[in-house]
Design a binder for this molecule. Structure first.
Ligand code: SF4
Length: 329
């Protein structure tokens, strides 16, 4: 359904300017912004996807991926259509680049009640970009918090600071895609800018109590150099060396036909990232999803796909040496 949008200003000749994400689109009457789901109707901006759910499922939290947030739990996951980016390799382009994809409308309370009736720890806003249906996500987050549930985001991090600060009190965990450390890659392949994403990561990392994990989809020939991995891990380590970092294998999708990421590439990059970060994981492949104590090397959590076995970990510490381990739940 349509609902008046937040974060826009009215301009001359019935134009509006949307300030939700760093594109800051100027939108003429009858037109939509870059995300395809925020429309100027006679000088007022509307979200066209309030409550419009394109995908809904119970997922393991590890699928997000979040490895340091309630390991082994399940979470009700919802997504919508549209996106602020145009990634040429998008793994979910069928919904992210298709504002007309079929949806079903759910109120925030309907989603929260569905989560409460299941074994879910809360709600994950995922599958495509959650910030493009900000108004609905914010309302659903508030309803979920009132019901004692968690809110989890899997996002490209492309949100202006003011709406981010409004959302943060209701957010429990984020996995942010850091697609590259190269502005040109963001501009040409993604259709956005790197700096605002770094700012979002910095802002969230400052929030005590909000779990942050970061993921990079490694695409051969694009973002798989040693130098780029050094830059990414220097940046993350400068914020907090305990930020869990996921290196995911890419598979050919959308406009990209390059072959899948070789496992040996991921292993090489993991070696570099692990020099600065305590928790580096490989994703979309079978290898290396286990959590080890950074102090004594004990195996804390073993993972087989999305199945986990908790071993030498309990209540935030390594059972072998007592080292504090940043895991919520
Ligand atoms: S949310 Fe959509 S309309 Fe608003 S600035 Fe971003 S891309 Fe443009």
């Amino acid at each position: 359904m349509e609902k008046e949008a937040m974060y826009f200003e009215k301009g001359e000749s019935n134009k509006v300017k949307c300030h939700l994400c760093p594109h800051n689109c100027s939108i003429a009457p009858g037109k939509v912004g870059i995300c395809g789901v925020r429309k100027n109707k006679e000088g007022t901006l509307y979200t066209t996807i309030y409550g419009e759910v394109s995908s809904i499922a119970m997922d393991p939290i590890e699928k997000k991926p979040l490895y340091h947030f309630y390991p082994g739990s399940a979470i009700l996951s919802i997504g919508t259509v549209g996106c602020s980016f145009r990634c040429k390799f998008c793994q979910n382009y069928n919904i992210s680049q298709a504002p007309g994809y079929p949806t079903d409308c759910y109120s925030p309370d309907e989603i929260v009640n569905r989560a409460l009736k299941s074994s879910s720890i809360g709600i994950a806003y995922t599958y495509s970009e959650p910030f493009v249906w900000y108004e609905y996500v914010l309302d659903t987050c508030k309803a979920a918090k009132n019901a004692g549930m968690k809110n989890v985001f899997v996002t490209n991090g492309y949100l202006n600071r003011e709406p981010l600060l409004e959302l943060l009190p209701y957010a429990d965990a984020f996995n942010i895609d850091l697609k590259s450390f190269n502005e040109e890659f963001y501009r040409k392949v993604v259709g956005g800018k790197l700096k605002p994403v770094l700012k979002t990561i910095e802002e969230i990392s400052k929030q005590g109590g909000t779990r942050l994990e970061v993921t990079t989809l490694i695409i051969p020939g694009y973002n798989d150099s040693d130098e780029e991995m050094e830059k990414i891990t220097d940046f993350l380590a400068s914020l907090d060396k305990d930020i869990p970092y996921h290196l995911s294998a890419y598979y050919p999708m959308h406009y990209f036909t390059a072959p899948p990421t070789p496992v040996k590439t991921l292993v090489r990059l993991k070696k570099i990232a692990s020099k600065k970060l305590n928790y580096v994981y490989l994703g979309n492949v079978r290898e290396d999803g286990d959590t080890y104590c950074p102090a004594c090397g004990s195996l804390l959590i073993e993972r087989y796909g999305y199945k986990i076995k908790i071993l030498n970990y309990k209540d935030g510490v390594c059972k072998k040496c007592g080292e504090s381990v940043p895991i919520s739940g």
